[in-house]
Design a protein around this ligand. Structure first.
Ligand code: MN
Length: 138
């Protein structure tokens, strides 16, 4: 068994090229073949968010702490709370991050394709798009 100890993997600051604001990533697993699993815990400070991006096999986001936001392109912004799971379809442009005034931590889970392809990154999310009012939760 391979136990990857927490103190062997320092928290990383998410790259400025693909994120807005201060975002921190803790690796959970980068699976080795035949596994295609990828998982990380991501913490967004208020206003922090990903750029627009897509995942070839989709992505599952599980909200752990705080208040977050997620939006599929062409749909309304959705608010996320602890215990919520957001299912991102394959090859669908979207972004996720904190609410403007709250911390947010989610568990991000995805898989690569058979050929190893992963996330595709696009432009950053504009402030205008980011501050749009989330859809009311029923
Ligand atoms: Mn994503």
């Amino acid at each position: 068994m391979d136990i990857k100890r927490a103190n062997s993997r320092p928290t990383k600051v998410a790259p400025e090229a693909n994120f807005t604001g201060h975002v921190m990533q803790d690796a959970i697993i980068v699976g080795e073949a035949p596994s295609r699993m990828r998982a990380s815990s991501v913490t967004f400070t208020p206003g922090g968010r990903t750029a627009w991006h897509s995942h070839p096999v989709g992505q599952t986001l599980y909200c752990l702490v705080g208040v977050g936001r997620v939006q599929l392109e062409g749909e309304q912004v959705q608010e996320l709370h602890p215990g919520d799971t957001a299912v991102i379809p394959p090859d669908t442009r979207h972004w996720h991050g904190s609410a403007p005034d709250r911390l947010f931590t989610h568990l991000a889970m995805s898989e690569t394709t058979d050929s190893g392809a992963g996330t595709e990154w696009f432009e950053k999310v504009s402030d205008d798009d980011y501050v749009k009012t989330p859809e009311a939760i029923a």
